[in-house]
Design a protein around this ligand. Structure first.
Ligand code: GCU
Length: 358
């Protein structure tokens, strides 16, 4: 039997070993040492309540509450008007701005333009849901605010879930809601997407929930798409001091000891194989370490190869601004900064269009 700690960059599993125990053992390591496990209580059914609804000429908008153990969270859902079987994005977003003065569902989504031009997404035939991650678990150190983590049982062990894991759970709950709808969403074509801390969340969500056909990581960097070893941007030391609550407590053991991690982030991507992953970086985002985001996609490819499909197909020299979309891992690096813009969305949707018809 293979020792998974031997050499994290060299997969030694055959496809049957990977399916029987390799994949589960790597997921187990990643959860126990980095993001923490979801508690048993998180498997309970969530109750969905449509709190508000509105129709524009082109969009059917809904604000949906999710209730579990008396705890309430929400997401906003935008579906192309009158259409069925839409492809869909679940966007895990920590800055969802709700217009509180008037309950204005249209202004709410327009205020998101710097993250996502919803009209553009809708015009290309996609539905999109925004999960308000702050309500799932507050994005703050020492927060006294309520969270689903508290509602489902307080953190108790060194491997209990942190906020990123809780946010990823919420993304899966949105898919549970899609399942209750009458064919509005094509359940075989659902993507999870997030920017930065949201990108870390999106990869983790898809690694645990096969209902996501595609995971999209925008500039997710350390503890997201980027390899931890030899990371020239953010380190585990820095991230676990600034954002300890994102992870389980065990993760601190690897401060300045990246070499002793029993896995690396390419394996998080590998867990999504043979489905699809889109990673993108920006030249001006050295904090996220683009070099290691790309390397991670290259190393992850071996897990896709196990299934007889290509991971990333891209030359040694990557062209800035070009989207490499011929394998099950797509990648681009843009000339720009740490953000997600319409030009990124367009490349992502080109890729989703392509995999959606295969
Ligand atoms: C900080 C953090 C990153 C994170 C980013 C974000 O910069 O160090 O790890 O990705 O915030 O979420 O915007």
């Amino acid at each position: 039997m293979t020792n998974v700690k031997d050499d994290v960059f060299h997969n030694r599993f055959s496809l049957s070993e990977w399916q029987e125990f390799g994949k589960a053992s790597i997921l187990d390591l990643i959860l126990s040492e980095e993001y923490g496990y979801r508690p048993q209580s998180s498997k309970q059914k969530v109750q969905f309540i449509v709190a508000e609804e509105k129709h524009t000429d082109t969009i059917h908008i809904r604000k949906v509450y999710m209730l579990i153990n008396g705890y309430k969270m929400k997401f906003h859902l935008y579906v192309p008007e009158g259409k069925k079987h839409n492809k869909a994005f679940v966007f895990v977003l920590h800055e969802y701005v709700e217009n509180t003065s008037s309950s204005d569902l249209v202004n709410d989504y327009q205020s998101l333009k710097h993250y996502c031009d919803v009209d553009n997404v809708i015009s290309r035939g996609y539905a999109i849901a925004f999960v308000s991650t702050k309500e799932v678990a507050p994005d703050k150190k020492y927060s006294k605010r309520a969270s689903v983590i508290k509602a489902l049982g307080d953190k108790k062990t060194a491997s209990s879930w942190g906020a990123i894991q809780a946010w990823s759970w919420a993304a899966s709950k949105v898919v549970d809601y899609f399942e209750t709808l009458d064919d509005e969403i094509d359940l075989s074509k659902v993507a999870v997407i997030g920017h930065s801390r949201g990108g870390k969340t999106a990869l983790l969500a898809a690694s645990q929930d096969e209902r996501f056909l595609l995971a999209v990581s925008s500039c997710s960097g350390n503890s997201g798409a980027a390899l931890a070893r030899n990371n020239t941007g953010e380190t585990i030391d820095v991230i676990t001091r600034a954002f300890p609550y994102w992870f389980c407590k065990n993760y601190k053991k690897y401060r300045n000891k990246e070499e002793s991690l029993p896995f690396d982030q390419h394996q998080l991507i590998g867990l999504i194989a043979p489905r699809y992953v889109y990673v993108f970086s920006a030249t001006g985002d050295s904090w996220a370490c683009p070099k290691n985001e790309l390397l991670s996609c290259r190393y992850a490819s071996q897990y896709f190869n196990l299934y007889g499909v290509d991971g990333l197909i891209a030359p040694e020299e990557i062209e800035v601004g070009k989207s490499y979309q011929n394998g099950h891992i797509a990648y681009h690096i843009k000339d720009g900064i740490h953000n997600i813009e319409t030009r990124d969305w367009n490349m992502i949707m080109d890729y989703f269009d392509k995999i959606g018809i295969n």
